[in-house]
Ligand binder design. Structure first.
Ligand code: GMT
Length: 372
């Protein structure tokens, strides 16, 4: 098949899933064309069967806002015509599903549109009256729509007048990359042997509740010798740094900023903290599971579909940092329990969320949509 892919190319779960899926499709012999304003960050090097087409928005003086959406639709249509694309798979509804709809109108109905909903395009933007109707239009006019968890399917139905079938296809990890890695050569640079290492990775948006991460850690380190690593940057970063100072935790907390080699970083840790208020899936929790690192977090959105409470991690009500800290202490203080959770996570990641399995589900959907 000849497949176009559009996603947000910067750091973020939807961009990661889109890029990894494109690479898997290319490995399976399909021609893959990424169309975006930047090279997706997980692409970076040469892959057979993978092409990248850049979109540049015109910055002409009359435009208060450069018309990126139109430039993207135009580029999608160009690429679709020149490379005879069978379909464009867009990740994140806004504006990508609408741009693909426009491109289809320009090219003709033989170009099919698959839209994958990732979370905040529904749970945050879907509540915005300036976007709600057009998101609904984009969903209803896609040839197929997928969402990354049952919870997101449910929320999409609740928020929108959707008359389309919504197919749940879970996110995935590549076990060739995400597996328990031996990082003993660098662990001593982050924590002493007797100390536990806690980790949080996110884009520091308000929904990630990064200050709850600090609150949880503050309680945990009173019971268990521990350090905390925070990876990522975003709007809540300064407030989080400030809180670390106020609680006098500077010597125990490390902010590493944006990082790419996530599997090695996760393998350094004993526990992932993810106390989000919204989380359609929680890709980082799956990546952690695959590396044998349990998650303690909230039961928001689709997280309970990824982290099995009492088997691969512990989940509590959003904001209940007391419960999360107690769960973390319990897990970190009981080596037998910890080992069981860690092994369960590796097994479940391979059985339920393997890249091969999920890529097959997308491939089946593509074939269905284009009728091949
Ligand atoms: O978590 C974010 O804020 C980034 C966002 C994105 O669009 O990249 O992540 C969403 O999509 C990921 C991939 O499907 C999911 O794993 C995240 O749970 C989801 N984030 C939210 O729902 C807040």
């Amino acid at each position: 098949m000849r497949i176009g892919i559009t996603c947000y190319p910067s750091h973020g779960g939807s961009g990661v899933v889109a890029t990894e899926l494109g690479k898997l499709m290319a490995e399976r012999g399909h021609q893959v064309h990424f169309i975006s304003y930047d090279m997706p960050f997980r692409l970076g090097r040469f892959y057979h069967n993978v092409h990248y087409h850049e979109v540049e928005a015109n910055r002409y003086a009359v435009f208060r806002f450069p018309p990126y959406d139109l430039a993207l639709a135009n580029r999608m249509a160009q690429v679709a015509k020149i490379h005879q694309l069978d379909l464009i798979h867009v990740h994140y509804a806004v504006p990508h599903a609408l741009c693909a709809y426009l491109a289809k109108k320009m090219v003709g109905d033989s170009l099919k549109v698959v839209t994958t909903l990732h979370g905040t395009d529904i749970t945050v933007l879907g509540e915005d009256p300036s976007l709600k109707d057009i998101i609904c239009f984009g969903i209803n006019h896609s040839d197929a729509v997928t969402a990354v968890s049952d919870d997101l399917v449910r929320q999409t139905r609740e928020l929108f007048c959707v008359d389309k079938q919504l197919t749940r296809i879970y996110n995935f990890v590549d076990p060739r990359v995400y597996q328990p890695l031996d990082v003993s050569d660098i662990r001593s640079e982050y924590a002493a042997t007797e100390e536990k290492l806690l980790l949080h990775i996110s884009n520091f948006r308000a929904v990630k509740r990064t200050t709850d991460v600090i609150r949880i850690f503050e309680k945990v380190q009173q019971e268990v010798a521990a350090r905390l690593i925070l990876v990522g940057e975003g709007p809540e970063w300064s407030r989080t740094v400030q809180m670390v100072k106020e609680l006098g935790l500077e010597s125990r907390v490390m902010f590493l900023g944006k990082q790419d080699e996530v599997a090695r970083l996760i393998s350094l840790a004993d526990l992932l903290l993810l106390p989000s208020s919204k989380e359609s899936f929680g890709l980082v929790a799956l990546e952690a599971m695959a590396c044998g690192v349990p998650t303690v977090g909230s039961n928001a959105g689709g997280l309970p579909e990824v982290v099995v409470h009492g088997e691969t991690g512990y989940l509590a009500e959003i904001g209940d940092t007391e419960a999360m800290a107690a769960q973390a202490v319990r897990l970190l203080s009981d080596p037998v329990l910890y080992r069981r959770f860690s092994e369960n996570g590796v097994r479940l990641a391979r059985e339920r969320f393997s890249a091969e399995k999920i890529a097959g589900q997308y491939e089946d959907l593509y074939r269905q949509v284009i009728g091949k």
